[in-house]
Design a protein. Structure first.
Length: 242
């Protein structure tokens, strides 16, 4: 990968680590099959956001390189790039910018927000769904974005993307930190957990089981157990690397 504009020699980046990350980025960029792309994605996940609990100095130039790939219109593995970026921002403290390193990582991810927004209308289900979820996790106006995602969920005809939109709306409620209101959150949860689309029930049920907010007395875990076999048998899911 010809990436001279990325500072792989910044303080704190060991040359051996830079070389390893650069090499795996190249593997993803040049992957000929989905399996090869998934292997490279796993490797990057371990190198730049290990177990979704830490980031490294090398994460900053790696994010810039990932955005370079994302900007290539015919790049086959955009969905995996988006998923890696989503994992980076899910690392505890990145969104809150609690340390200088995490602040730099967040700035590097936010620098490509407009590019991600453009992918919300992608013709690829995998790319579109991954972009929607990344934008929900990055949202600076979660109450507004809840309205946008929930309205889009009600009208979208693709059951898999509809589930991504429902999950994105639910993430925005959590990230709004009470700004949406308990009653509105409960109404949304009841709507999603009783939705005719089992993928909506499954994705929102998982989010509520993990994080929780009022759900009108509905057992989110039981909804997940009920919906999961339907999601699997009908293949109502996107390609995920983890």
């Amino acid at each position: 990968m010809d990436t001279p504009e990325f500072d792989w020699s910044a303080p704190g980046i060991a040359p051996s680590v830079a070389s390893e990350v650069w090499g795996v980025l190249d593997q993803l960029k040049l992957a000929k099959s989905e399996d090869d792309a998934i292997d490279a994605t796993y490797a990057l996940h371990e190198l730049i956001c290990y177990a979704a609990v830490t980031v490294e100095e090398v994460t900053v130039p790696a994010v810039a390189a990932l955005y370079e790939m994302l900007a290539v219109e015919n790049f086959a593995w955009r969905n995996f790039v988006l998923q890696i970026l989503d994992t980076v921002v899910s690392v505890d403290g990145v969104l809150g910018s609690s340390t200088p390193l995490k602040s730099r990582v967040l700035r590097s991810v936010l620098a490509g927000t407009s590019l991600v927004q453009g992918l919300e209308s992608s013709s690829s289900r995998d790319v579109r769904g991954a972009a929607i979820l990344l934008l929900a996790n990055l949202s600076r106006r979660p109450a507004e974005d809840f309205n946008r995602f929930s309205q889009a969920c009600a009208s979208d005809q693709d059951p898999v993307v509809q589930a991504d939109l429902a999950l994105a709306a639910t993430v925005c409620i959590r990230r709004a930190d009470g700004a949406i209101g308990e009653s509105a959150a409960a109404r949304w949860a009841e709507y999603a957990l009783t939705h005719t689309n089992p993928a909506v029930r499954f994705r929102v049920g998982q989010e509520l089981a993990d994080h929780g907010f009022p759900a009108g007395g509905i057992d989110a875990g039981a909804v997940v157990d009920e919906a999961q076999p339907l999601v699997l048998s009908r293949r109502l899911f996107r390609v995920e690397y983890i």
